[in-house]
Design a protein. Structure first.
Length: 182
């Protein structure tokens, strides 16, 4: 089945989608790798996670602005109503988490009094809160739970795209990929 240019996402949306997706996966792996570490080793290991989180925050805000200023293609007509509602719900939750999780991590770092080094280029200022390790720990627990939820949504999102492409035989993957229409 070939799709028209109107049925595809814009190049900007595609770039935002894939860059953020890759960064989320990389950041998850960094966090998983740092989980068993302690002290200075953990801080050094988690530093890129924090910097990538800030990058995800900025890119997600820019992506949201892009989304609000560039109309996405309509879902294929063959997609059921409940699937459209589920897709919109998942996308809204993605935006909330992709913006909220980095802010939560930044807030936890602020409560812990640990600045965020942005890849050695500059330091992200902390929120103006007092040091409170209990609050920092509670926020980190929520941050971890939110990260797990993002991963579950990623799986749901991928399964939906695969279902549309290979079972329903409607454009799914090709709508959010580079190159010529297939």
């Amino acid at each position: 089945m070939s799709i028209t240019q109107q049925a595809r996402y814009s190049t900007g949306a595609i770039v935002f989608h894939w860059v953020i997706a890759i960064l989320v996966i990389v950041n998850w792996r960094i966090a998983e790798g740092a989980e068993h570490l302690e002290g200075a080793a953990k801080a050094a290991s988690i530093a890129p996670h924090k910097a990538i989180g800030i990058t995800i925050l900025v890119l997600s805000i820019l992506r949201l602005i892009w989304r609000l200023t560039h109309r996405p293609p309509a879902p294929p007509e063959a997609v059921a109503g409940w699937e459209r509602i589920l897709a919109k719900t998942v996308h809204v939750i993605f935006y909330v988490l992709l913006i909220g999780l980095p802010i939560g991590g930044w807030l936890a770092s602020s409560y812990a009094g640990f600045p965020i080094d942005y890849f050695g280029l500059f330091t992200i200022p902390l929120f103006p809160v007092g040091v409170n390790f209990d609050t920092a720990g509670a926020i980190i627990d929520l941050h971890k739970a939110g990260g797990t939820f993002v991963l579950a949504l990623v799986v749901l999102h991928v399964l939906g795209a695969l279902k549309h492409s290979f079972i329903d035989k409607v454009p799914g993957l090709s709508r959010m990929w580079f190159g010529k229409n297939a």
